[in-house]
Design a binder for this molecule. Structure first.
Ligand SMILES: [Zn+2]
Length: 102
């Protein structure tokens, strides 16, 4: 068992876990119960671990890829299908005309 990544919030860890599990790597989250503390203590932050140490390098690679994709997706703009205005990817509705963005 080897720790791959440590985060203050479970939301991000759950996402990472889904990425790794999706690739067939068995994982588990250590300190999951402590994530609900009101004042997070870094040492006790939840950590995503691979069950099999041999999966460690692959896991790091996958998370790297996933982070790159996420960064790319969030910087890409999207065009409103109704008025052609450019909107940030994070918007659900066009800021200009209110149409739903694809
Ligand atoms: Zn629009």
């Amino acid at each position: 068992m080897k720790e791959v990544v440590r985060e203050r919030t479970l939301i991000r860890l759950s996402h990472y876990q889904a990425v790794l599990e999706g690739a067939g790597i068995p994982t588990f989250i250590r300190n999951e119960a402590l994530a609900h503390l009101e004042v997070p203590i870094p040492t006790f932050c939840p950590a995503l671990c691979v069950v099999d140490d041999q999966d460690y390098d692959r896991a790091i690679g996958l998370l790297h890829e996933s982070a790159e994709q996420a960064a790319k997706a969030s910087t890409e703009d999207c065009l409103c299908p109704a008025c052609g205005e450019i909107n940030p990817r994070s918007f659900d509705l066009c800021w200009n005309c209110g149409a739903e963005l694809a």
